[in-house]
Design a protein around this ligand. Structure first.
Ligand code: PEP
Ligand code: MG
Length: 586
């Protein structure tokens, strides 16, 4: 058994599918002589398709963003067309009868050995580009990211070194029962996606990727953070029983979807959903969400084959609004950077990506691009003949008052432009995500200029604790239920309530029973979480009273260590809602 971090609760039993296998264990079986020509043709076709992709991307991005930003695709195309690159691959296929994935793997190893020994920063960055090209090529070659096409029995458990958000969204429709990754923490975006799909996941297991082969039987225990490889029959049947209990519990809870979210003493809570795409919006309805509290628009950009223009964005937003519960959606402007990158925004590799050029900072650098998104959002809120919608717009990673003023000016100008063009648009409230400690400290000033606040605790915790949310080595520090985080949250919620500015918390902790009780005790009444957690939190709220939550909070704030708070809260949940034990995680 291997121990990691449980990042999405539940239990899954299934067959391992290693999606990055090309980078670790490519199939090195030699081809028959007669197969080499067909393999060569397969490689050439994949190469042509890759070149077509890159070429189209270059043109589209040059027109819509700018030639400088598009230049990266020319670099990639020139790598692909490099004669040494092609000659090597072809000769390994023909002379050594390697399959193309194995040839690509060998090439990557050669480049890695060559480039990592150099001190030259420029060359080292080129290695990353070679890797990108090889990933794109291998995508065309082996359909690596389409488990739909895999001939493996039963539900699949994905095994990956690092699951990129752009990969999760293209996973296809084949049932994915569990996910195991080597890197990434509870709030890495891949983990968030796993939770939003209710898929158990464990991350932070070093070396597992080399130990597990496609086809192995795996058990993923997302509560405890355990992974079992080829377990015996007895263990498997014990876990299958747990898995059934997990499904049953989720099924029973989901039956409360039409019940109101009120506490035992009649306090209303607003349970909203965090969504990344249309499927999540539908899940939000199915789970009984009152609306969407966070729509991460970057997934539209990550999944679009090129840059979506204003009309395409408008259509995507309209579709999301129409599919969302009560047509209520808080749309967050682009939040790229950190672990979510798209090459066409000229993302240079940075030493500290989470502290660097990400999120709103990046949007400001591309004012035309940003203004396009703002216009599309304003237009998506235009009244229609159908039922009314309520659209809010929020800006991520706000650090200073100047930034708020700057976005407000941009929104005003976008409105003026739409008026001038005679394009219908709607009334949209403006808010910001509180996820930088600087904004928490100056919350009173920021509140004067916005309509609402949404606390992004995933980032707030990492910045407050100076601990990377994706790095398992510092996961012990990246804990929301720690004395410093609880104090800051309590201050921010009180500040918002004092001036009656609506405040929501949309970080992952909103869907954790322990955190929910504490946040409710702080006076928070609006929570936005992965749709899969809404039935559980609704059930919990129905067991809770304001008096009890306030008492629990008071005691928790007196506890001086994170471990102490966790122990205390585990005992509280066991008392308040013993039926939820299976879903209660740290
Ligand atoms: C957050 O930081 O808490 C948040 C909700 O935003 P994201 O996870 O997308 O960074
Ligand atoms: Mg964030």
């Amino acid at each position: 058994m291997r121990k990691g971090i449980g990042v999405s609760p539940g239990v899954a039993v299934g067959t391992a599918y290693s999606i990055n296998e090309i980078f670790v264990n490519p199939d090195t079986k030699r081809l028959e002589e007669s197969e080499a020509q067909a393999e060569l043709a397969r490689y050439d076709l994949a190469r042509e398709r890759t070149a077509t992709d890159l070429h189209a991307l270059f043109h589209k991005v040059s027109m819509q963003v700018g030639p400088e930003e598009a230049a990266i695709f020319q670099v990639h195309e020139s790598i692909l067309r490099d004669s040494a690159f092609t000659a090597k691959i072809r000769s390994w296929i023909v002379d050594e009868r390697l399959a193309s994935p194995a040839a690509l793997h060998r090439l990557l190893e050669e480049y890695t050995a060559l480039f990592t020994s150099t001190q030259d920063e420029y060359l080292r960055e080129r290695l990353a580009d070679v890797r990108d090209v090889i990933i794109r090529l291998s995508g065309h070659l082996t359909e690596v990211l389409q488990p739909d096409n895999v001939a493996l029995p039963g539900p699949l458990i994905l095994v990956v070194n690092e699951l990129l958000p752009s990969q999760v969204v293209t996973l296809g429709t084949r049932e994915v029962a569990g996910i195991v990754t080597e890197t990434g923490g509870r709030t890495s975006h891949a983990a968030i996606l796993a939770r939003s799909r209710g898929v158990p996941a464990v991350s932070g297991i070093r070396g597992i990727y080399r130990q597990i082969k496609t086809g192995d039987t795996l058990i993923v225990d997302g509560r405890e953070g355990h992974v079992l490889i080829n377990p015996d029959a007895e263990t498997t049947s014990a876990y299958l029983k747990l898995q059934r209990e997990f499904f049953d519990l989720k099924g029973t809870l989901a039956e409360n979807r039409d019940q109101p979210a009120v506490t035992a003493d009649g306090q209303h809570v607003e349970l909203l959903a965090n969504i990344n795409n249309l499927a999540d919006a539908k899940a939000a309805v199915a789970m009984g969400a009152a609306g969407v509290g966070l729509f991460r628009t970057e997934y539209i950009f990550l999944t679009h084959p090129d840059v979506p223009d204003e009309e395409q964005q408008l259509e995507a937003y309209r579709e999301i609004i129409a599919a969302s519960p009560n047509r209520r959606v808080t749309i967050r402007t682009l939040d790229l950077g950190g672990d979510k990158t798209i090459p066409y925004l000229g993302h240079a590799r940075e030493a500290n990506p989470f502290l660097g050029w990400r999120s709103i900072r990046l949007s400001f650098e591309h004012p035309e691009f940003f203004a396009t998104q703002i216009r599309a959002i304003l237009r998506s809120a235009a009244p229609t003949d159908g039922p009314p919608s309520r659209v809010r717009m929020m800006f991520p990673m706000i650090t200073t008052l100047e930034e708020i003023r700057r976005v407000r000016t941009m929104v005003r100008k976008a409105r003026e432009q739409l008026e001038a063009d005679g394009k219908p648009h709607g009334d949209v409230r403006l808010g910001f995500m509180l996820e930088v400690p600087a904004a928490a400290v100056t919350i009173d000033t920021l509140l004067e200029e916005v309509d609402f606040v949404s606390i992004g605790s995933n980032d707030l915790v990492q910045y407050l604790m100076a601990a990377d949310r994706d790095n398992p080595k510092v996961n012990h520090l990246c804990q929301p239920l720690s004395p410093p985080v609880l104090r800051v949250l309590s201050q921010v919620i009180s500040a918002c309530n004092a001036v009656d500015t609506p405040v929501t918390l949309c970080g992952e902790m909103a869907g954790s029973p322990r955190a929910f009780v504490l946040l409710f005790g702080m006076g928070l009444r609006s929570f936005s979480m992965s749709p899969a957690f809404i039935p559980m939190i609704k059930d919990l709220s129905r067991h809770l009273t304001r008096k009890r939550a306030e008492k629990v909070l008071k005691r928790a704030l007196e506890i001086k260590t994170t471990a102490g708070i966790q122990r205390f809260m585990a005992a509280q949940i066991a008392e308040i809602a013993p039926n939820l034990k299976m879903l209660d995680t740290v």
